[in-house]
Design a protein around this ligand. Structure first.
Ligand code: HEC
Ligand code: HEC
Ligand code: HEC
Ligand code: HEC
Ligand code: HEC
Length: 473
């Protein structure tokens, strides 16, 4: 058995032991457990989501996804995006090329998912596949993880007819959606009518809980929070102000972060509406969007990153001592995100400060955050990310093997971080001294992309989100 599988089995055994103990307590104190609580098997059924095991009652576990009947459905019960395109062409072209349309084809995802599958003997398969190929899981076309049995429609990832036939959600995280494919398309309007399909108003679709089904990811056994975009939003200022995920991510991408009214028709047959929601779902991914053929979506992502933060240099007014230390601060503020910056897969994303001091003659006196020859960020840099740790406390990017968060240093919504710097200024430094600070973003490090994609590794661009400059005598 691989060490990871062994660890998972150990967790599982502990969980079963816990379930058995719990059932003994429940039998001894009937009032404690209102639903009878008798057998361990019942408890395992009930908590199969948490335990991460598939049971007859829950064939899609450890994903929490379900269907109205609790049984598998045929992928042909869903309608192809191409059919929706006939009447909703604008929405189609916004979605096509978005990360939702790439969620199965994304090579970075596929590589990590296949490693996870190997190292856990398949225990993570339906978990990962659930959010990235929901229809593949409920039609039991995946696993196998290589997609050999996957139909063309399920390979569309997170597509129109999956989202619009979700009938309810059982909670937040690990995809607790109940899928009900068929003629009823659920959406935000109370008065729409269509000749092609039935329509139903769905409050769920108008609320961030819809996004929260997938945009909170937990380790199904240890419960370790892996992605927390929804919770970060929920406990932040935008929730209190009533600004939703849809307000920022389903709004025209220009300007990049503010809600923009979008009047017009969303259907070639439909009436003019005061507002309808766009489907670009712009985030920070300018790599896979472009790789899979949408320069437009990559450009949206770059613009959004540029609008997400500001940097400001706080330097002394008096001239710098020569020789001596020039001390200054850099303030990085999250001005555009409804959640932490960065968010999502933060153990993989890289956001860091590149700070330099040069003298009047152009000589570099100080640098923190430059890339080394291999393209990695220097160890002296201020990096905003999360570092996950395995059982013995070693840093790991293998989310399935992670049992702890070793560090989480990011910027909360509407919050800021102040970084302190001290640069040695030699006696002959020419005035004026120029301080420059750049905030950079990269989807993944060159080192990790090489491990994941091998010879197919792609170049990962550094996106300069924002910069500031100031001079000191
Ligand atoms: C990730 C899930 C998701 C995907 C994929 C998706 N939609 Fe939507 N769609 C939504 C949500 C959520 C709303 C409502 C947003 C709100 O009210 O805040 C919506 C709104 C709509 C509406 C109502 C008009 C509007 O835009 O406000 C139509 C029509 C629609 N979508 C069609 C489509 C089509 C066609 C596709 C595929 C090309 C698609 N959707 C893909 C989630 C999705
Ligand atoms: C023959 C044309 C046609 C096709 C094809 C079509 N729709 Fe529609 N759809 C409409 C019309 C018309 C409306 C109502 C427009 C309005 O009220 O402004 C509509 C409305 C919607 C709504 C809004 C429902 C609400 O109550 O908020 C959703 C969601 C939707 N369609 C999804 C889809 C999806 C998903 C597909 C593909 C599986 C699709 N549509 C294919 C014509 C079509
Ligand atoms: C069925 C699961 C699912 C639902 C529901 C869902 N998403 Fe996603 N979303 C994903 C997956 C999976 C990805 C990433 C695909 C990848 O990177 O391979 C993603 C990617 C994104 C991205 C792009 C991230 C980037 O790095 O550029 C944004 C933005 C986003 N989603 C917003 C939303 C919003 C807003 C909603 C609610 C209206 C929503 N999503 C609902 C699964 C979902
Ligand atoms: C106030 C506007 C705002 C709100 C509200 C908001 N976002 Fe974002 N979001 C942004 C901006 C700006 C970025 C780009 C910076 C980044 O990538 O972290 C972003 C990035 C993302 C990303 C990509 C992260 C990455 O870099 O890989 C995802 C996924 C996402 N948002 C999902 C959501 C979801 C889900 C919600 C609701 C729970 C939400 N957002 C609410 C503005 C917002
Ligand atoms: C609850 C839903 C959910 C589950 C379960 C899930 N993911 Fe994701 N995944 C997402 C969302 C949402 C994003 C986008 C976040 C972002 O952009 O930072 C994402 C993004 C990713 C990315 C980034 C892709 C890129 O191009 O940068 C990788 C890699 C990935 N997931 C791998 C996995 C693996 C491996 C598993 C199983 C161990 C898994 N995911 C399970 C929802 C999920």
């Amino acid at each position: 058995m691989s060490p990871v599988k062994e660890m998972m089995m150990r967790f599982l055994k502990a969980a079963v032991f816990f379930a058995l103990t719990f059932s003994i307590i429940a039998v001894a104190r009937p009032a404690f457990c209102e639903d009878g609580g008798g057998k361990a098997a019942d408890i395992i059924d009930k908590y199969s989501d948490v335990l991460g095991i598939a049971t007859d009652k829950d064939p899609f576990s450890p994903s929490r996804i379900d269907t109205v009947t609790g049984k598998a459905v045929a992928s042909s019960d869903f309608t192809e995006p191409d059919e929706c395109k006939m009447c909703h062409p604008d929405i189609y072209s916004q979605w096509k090329g978005s990360m939702h349309s790439n969620s199965w084809n994304d090579p970075i995802y596929r590589a990590l998912m296949e490693i996870a599958s190997k190292e856990t003997d398949g225990m993570t398969d339906r978990l990962c596949l659930g959010c990235h190929t929901p229809v593949g899981v409920i039609s039991e076309e995946v696993p196998p993880v290589d997609g050999e049995k996957l139909s063309d429609i399920a390979a569309m990832g997170v597509f129109c007819d999956f989202c619009h036939t979700v009938t309810r959600s059982k909670g937040i995280g690990n995809l607790p959606a109940v899928s009900d494919p068929g003629s009823v398309k659920r959406g935000p309007f109370k008065d729409s009518e269509s000749p092609f399909h039935d329509v139903e108003f769905s409050e769920l679709h108008t609320s961030p809980e819809f996004c929260g089904m997938c945009h909170n990811v937990s380790h199904p056994i240890s419960g370790l929070p892996i992605e927390r975009t929804y919770s970060e939003w929920l406990y932040g200022p935008y929730f209190s102000e009533g600004v939703t995920c849809q307000d920022c991510h389903m709004t025209p991408p220009d300007p990049p972060t503010a809600f923009t009214p979008n009047p017009g028709e969303f259907c070639v047959l439909g009436p003019k509406r005061d507002h309808w929601w766009t489907h670009q779902f712009v985030g920070g991914n300018a790599v896979v969007t472009e790789l899979l053929g949408s320069k437009k979506h990559a450009e949206y992502a770059r613009n959004r990153l540029r609008a997400a933060a500001t940097v400001e240099i706080i330097a002394p007014e008096e001239s710098a001592p020569r020789p001596g230390l020039l001390q200054f601060k850099v303030k990085v503020s999250n001005v555009g995100c409804g959640h932490y910056l960065p968010t999502g897969l933060t153990e993989v994303r890289e956001m860091w400060l590149d700070v330099s001091v040069t003298d009047g003659g152009g000589k570099e006196l100080y640098r923190s955050g430059a890339l080394d020859e291999a393209g990695e960020i220097g160890s002296d840099a201020v990096i905003y990310n999360t570092i996950l740790g395995d059982e013995v406390g070693r840093p790991t990017w293998k989310v399935w093997a992670a049992t702890q968060i070793l560090s989480d240093y990011r910027i909360p919504p509407k919050g800021y971080r102040l970084e302190r710097y001290a640069a040695y200024i030699p006696p002959d430094a020419e005035p004026p001294l120029k301080i420059r600070a750049a905030l950079n973003y990269r989807s993944i490090s060159p080192h990790l992309v090489k491990i994941l994609l091998g010879d197919e590794a792609i170049e990962i661009p550094v996106i300069e989100m924002t910069t500031a400059e100031t001079s000191v005598k």
